[in-house]
Design a protein around this ligand. Sequence first.
Ligand code: ZN
Length: 249
Amino acid sequence: MEILAFFAHPDDETILAGGTLALMSELGHNVHYLIATRGEGGECGDPPLCTRPELGKVREKETSAAVNALGGKSLTFLNYIDPVVGPQNELFSFVPEISPVLASLSQTIHQRNIEILISHGSNGEYGHPAHLTVYSTVKEFFRLNSLNLIWYTSQAYYSASQKPHLANKEDKADWVLDVSSVFERKLKAAQSHATQHALFVRRKKDELKREVKLEEVIASEESFRLAGGSQDILREVFSNKGYLKSIIN
Ligand SMILES: [Zn+2]
């Protein structure tokens, strides 16, 4: 199958769905990555690994290494510039309206004969406007097209979520996947995003009041909602392989 992972920033693919995408590659499917920005507005690292003007280029290389670690088939950036986080930690989208993003998404889906799309959830995980832009774009694509395409949103809600702060509260999980068999691949992908390591561990470090290793914050479960299309094809694929966990909601 041809699968498209469409996310707003470098590292979203790894943190939100990396295990699932790695598993799909291991099962012989072609996973293509479409990332809207190079994460120019994110952190440069602590201590900084580059200057602010260099960050986009650095994160492009990091993403390329992460996609390799996950066994991805291709990586494309949409070349939007990620706005810098505001002084009060305000987050911004990369585009004022979705129509140009929609045109690019449509082109990619047709060019690559995409059968399954994986994206951000309806709450933008923690309400990130750029994640919401990606979600709205895919939603609009489905409203306008009647292709035989399946759409899953990541970080769907279930009560035992390992990452409750990333769970999309309005997206009830249709299934939860045990990705521990590809944990090393997911960890390697997260390690590739070196500029973001301080960010990845910060929440847990503050909570536990000690140094935290990257492997302590990488989830071994990932959850999804079937957001578009009728056949829950990935549930069938993964349940046949014994990877699905029962959901307690
Ligand atoms: Zn993001």
